[in-house]
Design a protein around this ligand. Sequence first.
Ligand SMILES: [Zn+2]
Ligand SMILES: [Zn+2]
Length: 170
Amino acid sequence: MQRLRMTQSTHFGRIVEVVAERLKEIYGLDVTVDEKTLNVTFHSFNALRRQHNAVTIAEMLLRMKGADELLLFLIDVDIYAPGLNYCFGIALKGVAVVSTYRLDPRFYGLPYNESLYHERMIKEICHEVGHLLGLQHCSNIKCVMYFSNWIHDTDVKGYIPCERCISKLR
Ligand SMILES: [Zn+2]
Ligand SMILES: [Zn+2]
């Protein structure tokens, strides 16, 4: 069974256990969660953009990743990747970063809605972990591997890969 270690920039609470369950259920991963939180360092911060560079964060994770595990970092700061104004997450070489910053309805001036917020977290994490397992973007808008250009795309898609994507996993 492939191992995935999750680490977080702040304690996100019980949702992390729900995420671990989903990852087990969808991808058959053995998920462990670090007890200690990990700080997002200033190295990745771009002061002009007031955002963190997700690639820099991923490079830091690569140095922390064990050879026999996948490593996912759940963070609460805004991130971007070169060429994009922002992103919900990125995945490369066995490490992934997911930001909750733009998943919170309050970011869009809407009232806090925990179930919606948590649902979005599950979807974006299952998306990045799909990449870690070799999946690419899918054109099915309901598939978790559909690329979210904005939050609406995340709300439309589910947290499960479509049949075509699942068959690629095997
Ligand atoms: Zn993607
Ligand atoms: Zn798909």
